[in-house]
Design a protein around this ligand. Structure first.
Ligand SMILES: N=CN[C@@H](CCC(=O)O)C(=O)O
Ligand SMILES: [Zn+2]
Length: 432
């Protein structure tokens, strides 16, 4: 083969493919048995897609005549797919460090919310912020996520709660999509809270009659791309009926349903999501057995968020019950002003220790299954031919070090690659 390619990563101690049969997701046993090649190489073409992945000897023989824009000798290192963060709220102004202190002193999430803090505090600051400032802070946060190994991230609006600010947030996400290498799946979350001065019914009508129609116009004109629709389905926020009507209207516009459910109270949100054909439901700390069975049957992914349960001292999501029932379990950082965590390696660590997932389960949940939750697993989430050349190269002899070394990802991740381009080079060598 005498062609030119963008990148060769050669002689890695381990190449973790995750899967190699075009699986759209993994569940149960598939998550326990990840596909790993010992002493492997990866070739990424000039279109940014994976051309070959396999034993180093085989790739060397097949590509002996080829030229590469860049070659990385990964001897002693491990290669993994880029991580996928399936749930974030990264566009906002005004931090909530003062509320962290209140919660440490005993206030619950809903007590802070009902006292006008929480989402309402962030809404006030985000409405007042210039789009350019929101873009700067969003870009800084996304770069931080990239350095922690995230190459595909879901980004929500939801701190406007009225047309103008929701659109401002979605346009800022669109601008970040154009200017940064990280892949973005964007989510309209106008039903993140009931705005002050409105009832649930009034807020629902505003979404159905004002916000969604305008969104539809902009999407049809090609000026805005939105992938998913979200609602915070919770007591004191959006009830099951209003959630149903908003999600159905979004689905009718072609958006994937991907919403917050069964977080603080059992709401039968899992059953509703399964009935509506939701791609994913997040949180699920309070999901019932019936909800778990419905999600397994409908192939609706469960996006579990270990940082939220940890920070709010909630009961842990029932990851083991979901895995045993065959639910497609994914992970997200839930980055937001309440849970300030940009690191999927930390999220995987928390999932293992607090939710009792194994390390292979956590990695599958943070790659192929998170990509499935975003409708992107045909192109992302595993190292397979024709998928995007998005990968991490770890300065570690086994891939599990990424999870094992709590908070150590900054040192362990040597390179982050998106579509064959090195977008982060840690540049350091270290002894393990
Ligand atoms: N639960 C609702 N939404 C976010 C929190 C957003 C906020 O507190 O600003 C979550 O997923 O944890
Ligand atoms: Zn959330």
């Amino acid at each position: 083969m005498s062609r030119n390619y963008r990148l060769l990563v050669k002689n890695a101690k381990q190449v973790v493919l995750i899967c190699n049969n075009g699986e759209k997701y993994l569940s149960k046993h598939g998550m326990q048995n990840l596909c790993v090649i010992e002493n492997g190489s990866v070739v990424i073409g000039s279109d940014g897609l994976i051309k070959a992945v396999g034993p180093a000897e085989t790739i060397r023989a097949q590509y002996s005549e080829a030229s590469f824009d860049r070659v990385i000798d990964a001897t002693g290192m491990c290669v993994l797919p880029g991580l996928v963060d399936a749930h974030t709220h990264p566009v906002w102004a005004g931090d909530r460090v003062h509320e962290f202190a209140m919660k440490l002193a005993g206030a619950t999430y809903m007590e802070v919310h009902q006292a006008g803090g929480g989402i309402h505090f962030t809404v006030q600051h985000t409405r007042a912020a210039a789009a350019s400032d929101l873009l700067t802070s969003l870009s800084n946060r996304l770069v931080r996520m990239q350095r922690a190994g995230t190459t595909l991230v879901e980004c929500k609006s939801g701190y406007g709660l009225e047309l103008q600010t929701e659109l401002k947030m979605l346009q800022v996400i669109e601008e970040a999509r154009r200017s940064l290498p990280i892949n973005i799946s964007s989510t309209y979350c106008g039903a993140h809270a009931v705005p002050k001065g409105k009832t649930v019914a009034e807020a629902t009508q505003d979404i159905l009659q004002v916000q969604l129609p305008r969104l539809k116009q902009l999407m049809s004109a090609g000026t805005l791309r939105v992938d998913n629709i979200d609602v915070f389905c919770e007591h004191g926020v959006f009830d099951l009926d209003s959630t149903r009507s908003i999600l159905q209207a979004g689905k009718d516009m072609g958006l994937n349903i991907n919403f917050h459910g069964d977080e603080l109270h059992p709401m039968s949100a899992a059953q509703l999501g399964a009935e509506l054909g939701a791609s994913a439901i997040s949180h699920l700390e309070e999901v019932s057995d019936e909800g778990i069975a419905a999600m397994a049957e409908a192939k609706t992914a469960a996006v579990l968020l270990p940082t939220t349960a940890y920070i709010l001292r909630l009961p842990q999501p029932r990851a083991r019950d979901m895995l045993d029932a065959g639910v497609i379990v994914a992970l997200g950082s839930d980055f937001n002003p309440n849970a300030y965590c940009c690191s999927m390696p930390i999220v995987m660590h928390l999932a293992c220790v607090n939710m009792r997932m194994s390390m292979p389960e956590a990695l599958a949940a943070a790659t192929i299954n998170a990509a499935f939750a975003l409708g992107c697993s045909q192109t992302h989430g595993s190292l397979e031919v024709d998928k995007h050349g998005d990968l991490l190269i770890l300065n570690a002899p086994r891939w599990e070090h990424l999870i094992y070394q709590l908070g150590g990802h900054q040192e362990i991740i040597r390179y982050v690659v998106i579509k064959g381009n090195v977008i982060h080079d840690n540049g350091k060598t270290m002894d393990l």
